[in-house]
Design a protein around this ligand. Structure first.
Ligand code: HEM
Length: 415
């Protein structure tokens, strides 16, 4: 039996057991995880799990080793969080369409004023409608022409790296990649001709955000009037023309939320992914050499332009990319807030429990990945890949709320 308690904010309801907080506390205290004696009366287990404002990854790995399916952490005296770290437990949650924790203290709350109810944060019917309207934007026929953009932005990046290679000067790779992925998302999503890689003086992200806002307004006006012929359709074209079964399209506020979501999801994640993959290839020179040989072979007759067809010919490169994202998942954790009872590992959790699908924990779970710290791309070779549980490697999450941009991202990472 659970009682709904309305909080100050109209929409938020917290569910607690009828018999006061004691039963609720006991229920969660009894789950696997840090012991109750380690719990601080106010901050719970935060000081054990979080160091210097971020999760202590070694601590997380040791928790995963001790509790290979799931464990509980108290984030403060009133907020238990269930960390799922195994395919058996993760798939139960990811197969549902349970919403993300957006209430006070919820993991996604800070992003709400920025991203609004875009696809990433929306829930229920609003999410389902937006997902339906946006899915065509990621059809391969739409993605194909982006190859030209990927190629030209990557050429610029390589030109910049070359100048450092010539002088032998060390440099911050992350920022160069970040400017490159920003150029790519701005051109693919909004046909906005930028050169963030060249104009590095003013912060390109801030400039890009304000420019994109103006661009959306202009394109709205254009959509109503005459349209110039374009070489490819960008995401904004799809957003502006999308209509549901009743003929109703996205409102200006919806479009704004989706634009912000694409900028956020389509830039930081790929930057982090590419930077870590290059880091691992720098450390593991033998794989770097194999990639180099494969690229030379595939591009033998193609003037260094990577075509759409080439993308599926990069077998070793794909393995190296996947292994990079296994060890360093760009999105390390995603969360859900249950709306009804759910049974996992024989335990029935009450509604309103916060679950974290701990992707980093899963990718470093020794019960799932042997020698999990070793960079071994052959884990993803065709013969070994096929025996993997489909929920063992989930950098793009899985289930109905998986990453809508995963093909876009994989193509970009290969380039
Ligand atoms: C390496 C790159 C990327 C990674 C690792 C990644 C990972 C993820 C993950 C883990 C989720 C699930 C989030 C959650 O459940 O809260 C997600 C959702 C999403 N991603 Fe990505 N992403 C990447 C690139 C992109 C790109 C390039 C775009 C768009 C251009 C994009 C757009 C989205 C959107 C809109 C969602 C929400 C989908 C929904 O809830 O229906 N992502 N991504």
């Amino acid at each position: 039996m659970w009682l709904l308690v309305a909080t100050k904010e109209k929409k938020e309801e917290v569910q607690v057991p009828v018999q006061s907080g004691t039963l609720y506390q006991k229920f969660f205290d009894n789950l696997p995880g840090y012991s109750v004696t380690e719990k601080h009366w106010l901050t719970g287990h935060i000081s054990l799990y979080v160091k210097n404002n971020s999760i202590d990854l070694e601590e997380l790995q040791s928790l995963v080793k001790r509790f290979p399916k799931l464990f509980r952490i108290w984030f403060g005296f009133f907020r238990p969080s269930i960390q799922l770290v195994h395919p058996d437990t993760i798939k139960i949650m990811l197969k549902t369409s349970e919403p993300k924790p957006l209430g006070i203290g919820g993991n996604y709350r800070p992003a709400l004023p920025w991203l609004g109810e875009g696809l990433l944060l929306a829930g229920g019917a609003k999410w389902a409608r937006s997902r339906r309207l946006l899915t065509p934007a990621f059809h391969f026929e739409i993605l194909k022409p982006y190859q030209t953009i990927y190629n030209s932005c990557t050429d610029k990046l390589l030109g910049l790296i070359d100048t450092y290679a010539e002088t032998g000067e060390s440099f911050e790779l992350f920022q160069l990649i970040s400017n490159c992925t920003l150029d790519i998302i701005l051109q693919c999503a909004f046909s906005y001709q930028t050169d963030c890689q060249k104009d590095r003086d003013q912060h390109p992200y801030c400039r890009a955000i304000s420019n994109v806002a103006n661009l959306v307004a202009t394109r709205h006006r254009q959509a109503a009037g005459k349209q110039e012929k374009k070489k490819y359709l960008d995401f904004l074209d799809i957003l502006l023309s999308a209509k549901d079964e009743t003929g109703i399209g996205l409102s200006p506020a919806d479009i704004r939320a989706e634009v912000d979501t694409f900028m956020f999801e389509g830039h930081d994640t790929t930057t982090s992914g590419i930077s870590w993959i290059l880091y691992e290839l720098a450390k593991n020179q033998s794989y770097q050499k194999l990639c180099q040989q494969e690229v030379d072979k595939v591009l033998r007759d193609s003037n260094d332009f990577v075509t759409w067809e080439n993308l599926s010919q990069f077998d070793i490169l794909t393995q190296c990319i996947k292994e990079g994202m296994r060890i360093h998942p760009p999105v390390p954790i995603v969360s859900r807030q249950s709306t009804k009872e759910v049974t996992i590992e024989g335990v029935t959790f009450p509604p309103d429990t916060t679950f974290s699908v701990n992707i980093y924990g899963l990718h470093h779970n020794p019960a799932v990945w042997k020698d999990h710290t070793t960079y071994d791309p052959s884990r993803f070779s065709k013969d070994r890949d096929s025996v993997l549980d489909s929920y063992a490697f989930i950098p793009f999450s899985a289930g109905p709320r998986n990453c809508i941009g995963q093909n876009f991202a994989m193509n970009e990472e290969k380039l």
